[in-house]
Ligand binder design. Structure first.
Ligand SMILES: [Zn+2]
Length: 326
């Protein structure tokens, strides 16, 4: 009998639910992630989606893997005080195991991403792999010597909060300053552009500058202005690139990976602008041999592939800390 697995990717905006097997994803559904509600609302929506879409396969489903926005309490398999949702705690593992009577494994989304890369992407032949996402936020998943790094609460390697400018006044969503994500996270880019515009009054009389002053710039618009040779857009993007080069160098020096794959919407939509200079800046500060650096071939589905990989082969490091009740 063919075995199936359910994969779930909980993002700040969308949640994706998919069914797959050891060869990859077979079908997926997408719904908007509830922003408010009680601690069971997201689990309930996921459960309904699984039953409505894949109910006829449920007897052949072995397990469920979930890659989610954080922060996590990985022991309990739940999200605690997510910065992007107005929900205090998001219970996942306990209710879903109770309702589905199958093991449910919960991981941070970027951590799931690196497992997806290992099983289905470019990481197959490597023991030291880093996956970096530059999206609404910046995050990473890391495998060192074939071990997934998890941390005490499942929040290891929050690389988006690496300090890349210690004397900075550029705020991060987490409350800190000068973090990689303060510059490169899509949610922070409008504020970065506004601060830089206000800091340099009259220096650039460009469309992008005027829009940034008013707080109207979006990441796609900023990169569009860059492509149109807007000087202020070039100035802002240079900050994003330098912060990302510093972050990348920190990751290389911390984990000594053989391969780094990069994804996330901000990166995937602007590879032509970001890739080459990021690597060039990283090289200046890397003390170990540079790894292979690639764009993930799994695109926007990488967390789903990761969730599928977790369901198929939950890592021993996870099983030790996240006890299943099934
Ligand atoms: Zn931060």
């Amino acid at each position: 009998m063919n075995k199936y697995f359910i994969a779930v990717d909980i993002g700040a905006t969308k949640t994706r639910v998919a069914i797959g097997d050891t060869n990859g994803l077979i079908d997926k559904k997408v719904f908007l992630t509830p922003k408010t509600g009680n601690s069971l609302i997201i689990a309930r929506k996921i459960y309904e989606c699984i039953i409505n879409s894949y109910g006829s396969f449920i007897d052949k489903v072995e397990s469920i893997g979930i890659g989610t926005i954080g922060p996590l309490d990985i022991r309990m398999g739940k999200v605690v005080n997510p910065t992007n949702l107005n929900i205090e705690s998001v219970e996942l593992k306990t209710p879903l195991e109770e309702w589905l009577k199958k093991p449910v494994y919960v991981l941070n989304d970027a951590m799931a991403g690196v497992l997806g890369e290992k099983m289905f992407g470019l990481g197959k032949d490597y023991s030291n792999i880093v996956y970096i996402t530059i999206s609404t936020g910046v995050g990473g998943g890391i495998i060192v010597d074939d071990h997934l790094l998890i941390g005490k609460l499942g929040n290891a390697h929050e690389i988006g909060h690496i300090v890349v400018d210690y004397d900075s006044d550029i705020p991060c969503g987490c409350g800190g300053y000068g973090h990689w994500e303060s510059f490169a996270g899509g949610a922070n880019i409008p504020r970065l552009a506004m601060i830089l515009a206000r800091r340099n009054p009259g220096m650039f009389k460009t469309k992008c500058y005027e829009e940034s002053m008013k707080g109207e710039i979006t990441p796609p618009r900023l990169f569009q202005c860059y492509r149109e040779n807007d000087m202020f857009a070039k100035y802002v993007v240079e900050k994003i690139v330098k912060a990302s080069g510093a972050g990348l160098a920190n990751v290389i020096n911390s984990y000594d990976p053989e391969i780094i794959t990069i994804g996330g919407s901000v990166y995937l939509n602007n590879i032509d602008i970001l890739r080459e200079p990021m690597i060039r800046y990283a090289k200046k500060n890397a003390v170990t041999e540079m790894p292979r650096i690639e764009t993930t071939p799994l695109g926007e589905d990488i967390v789903l592939y990761g969730a599928l990989a977790v369901a198929i082969k939950p890592p021993a490091e996870l099983l030790r800390i996240q006890k299943t009740t099934i």
